[in-house]
Design a protein around this ligand. Sequence first.
Ligand SMILES: Nc1ncnc2c1ncn2[C@@H]1O[C@H](COP(=O)(O)OP(=O)(O)O)[C@@H](O)[C@H]1O
Ligand SMILES: [Mg+2]
Length: 163
Amino acid sequence: MRSLAQSTFTYYSHHEDDTDLLGKLLAACLIPGSVLTLDGDLGAGKTRFSQGFARAIGIQEHVNSPTFTIIKEYEGTKLPFYHMDMYRISQEEADELGLEDYFYGTGVTLIEWSSLIEDLLPPERLAITISLQGDQTRVFHLTPHGDPYVSWCVQMKENGYLQ
Ligand SMILES: Nc1ncnc2c1ncn2[C@@H]1O[C@H](COP(=O)(O)OP(=O)(O)O)[C@@H](O)[C@H]1O
Ligand SMILES: [Mg+2]
């Protein structure tokens, strides 16, 4: 009961390898239609996290911030991967992206700067906010919305990865 009622979980990354490990742990949980959001200041590590995560789902290509393209699609060995960056988008453009086709499709979606399109996000998702603590330390705050995401977090906590 105690852990199921918890609303935010915390992961400490003291090194980029720790950030890669979180990507691997989450990649192991994925199902078609999984949606993860990434927020946090410039330089927090949203794109760096995305790179480790993409690698963990079998994408060989180098992953960058799709700041100008907004959406970049990759073919993973496990699942298609849709990497989004909403930093420069207008509300009208966002409305026309057809995001539901991604969210309810067969792939996994990762959205940087999701707070800028809050109204368009699906009700079920894993919200991740990253904060900087010094040069190398990053604190990942994971807030699951919906049962599947709650069980991912509870499982990772039971395994000692989350607090
Ligand atoms: N523990 C860590 N996890 C992730 N990135 C880290 C970490 N320590 C240092 N960094 C550095 O922080 C920067 C994060 O940049 P980036 O991922 O582009 O940020 P954002 O996409 O949030 O603007 C990278 O230069 C990365 O090398
Ligand atoms: Mg970025």
